[in-house]
Design a protein around this ligand. Structure first.
Ligand code: ADP
Length: 251
């Protein structure tokens, strides 16, 4: 379980607080969606969890292990990151995904690293692409490769920044489906941010509403209400039921 307690952060001494006593928990296999306006602190929260930024105070643990005290390599066994803008080197799909094993192999990949890479590629239906140049593939395929590269790291938690940001609707569905599969079959926790509230409702099992660096609400789908959306985003919406699903429409 990911557990964050009283996490406080500012970018520099005199700068305003960006994260204000953030506390949250996310169980293994849960998909947590962080929701909040632009500039509310979502990316900064992820950067702190990933160790890109260091909190001023508070703690971040996974299954009781203090993530703030781990080296980059040791941390990689807990958390993997799927960035929004994926820049791959001029490598094949196989080598690109194999790179995700680097925290384990150091200089040269071994047989085990290659086997894990092949297994994940097969698991994700990417076997046919192994020899292709990763940069020549479509946005959806590249996003899947980024997920594969994160998964070979065998993390307990995946952090996804806006996973569907630049994708068309078919690829969007593909990535949401893949995220659900990873959480369900591998028991990996996923922490993500999404702009589209309907995608959030479709994907998330837990929701964190952040405003001015504070988590104002957290909980299951029942936490997502018209009142909460109004308060957090200052937007007027109506939530309707359709086919046993809740759909958010603008008013
Ligand atoms: P979100 O991801 O919710 O849009 P961010 O975490 O990117 O929000 O930003 C939160 C706040 O931190 C904003 O006020 C933003 O201007 C500020 N901020 C983000 N990155 C930096 C940085 N590198 N240096 C200083 N301030 C930053």
């Amino acid at each position: 379980m990911l557990e964050i307690k009283d996490l406080t952060f500012r970018y520099s001494k005199r700068a305003p607080l960006v994260l204000d006593k953030i506390s949250l928990t996310l169980n293994n296999g849960e998909i947590g969606v962080v929701l909040g306006k632009n500039g509310s602190g979502k990316t900064t929260l992820f950067k702190n969890i990933l160790g890109i930024e260091k909190p001023d105070s508070g703690s971040i643990t996974y299954d009781g292990k203090d993530l703030l005290k781990l080296s980059r390599g040791a941390r990689a066994a807990y958390i993997a990151y799927v960035p929004q803008d994926i820049q791959f080197g001029d490598l094949t799909v196989f080598d690109t995904v194999l790179m995700g094993r680097m925290p384990y192999f150091g200089l040269k990949a071994g047989k085990e690293d290659e086997t894990i890479t092949l297994n994940i590629l097969e698991d994700m239906g990417l076997s046919e692409l192994v020899s292709r140049n990763a940069n020549e593939l479509s946005g959806g395929e590249r996003q899947k490769i980024a997920i594969a590269r994160a998964l070979v790291q065998e993390p307990k938690l995946l952090v996804f920044d806006e996973p569907t940001g630049n994708l068309d609707i078919a690829n969007e569905q593909l990535i949401l489906k893949e995220a659900k599969r990873v959480a369900k079959e591998k028991g990996i926790g996923i922490l993500t941010s999404l702009h589209d509230l309907n995608q959030a409702l479709d994907l998330g099992t837990k929701f964190f509403f952040i405003k001015n660096g504070k988590i104002e609400y957290q909980g299951g789908p029942e936490t997502v209400t018209e009142t909460v959306i109004k308060e957090i985003f200052n937007a007027d919406v109506e939530i309707i039921e359709h086919d046993n699903r809740r759909i958010i429409i603008t008013r």
